[in-house]
Ligand binder design. Sequence first.
Ligand code: MG
Length: 162
Amino acid sequence: MTSVFYDLDDTCTNTTGILCGSLENVQKLRPFEGLVAVLGRADCQKHLVTSGVESVQREKIAVLGIALYFKSIRVCPEASDKLILFTEIKKSIPPCDHRSIVVVGNRIDAEIRYGNMLGFHTVRLKYGKYGSQKPRIKAEIPDYTLNDVRELGPILDRIGRY
Ligand SMILES: [Mg+2]
């Protein structure tokens, strides 16, 4: 089965645009159009890996109402801690399924970089304050670049057929 590791901020919701750096508007966060449809796919196992203050990240997830779609939800203090979490979650996936692990995120210097290091399929969403980042090293080049999460479905279809 395909496993998909999702980032939260600027991947599941428009964090940069709605919060503008303040927590006042957390209650206004909504899932990106089309996200719930892709999270609801029965042919993928989903994991949410997000960095930040744990209570704040958990509140965002509650407001979005998406917790039920994930087999696991992990929060780490820094984006750089995601490499360790990705490695841990990978260990929980049967080796025969390692070739169909996908990471979806907006940061080429975090999710995409670590996903490439671990041999995952990497999908970059060009949202938010990291949308214009340019790859500095080969590991920061994603396999797929999307402008909209609704484009993710066909990619998961393709990876699932491998
Ligand atoms: Mg993000």
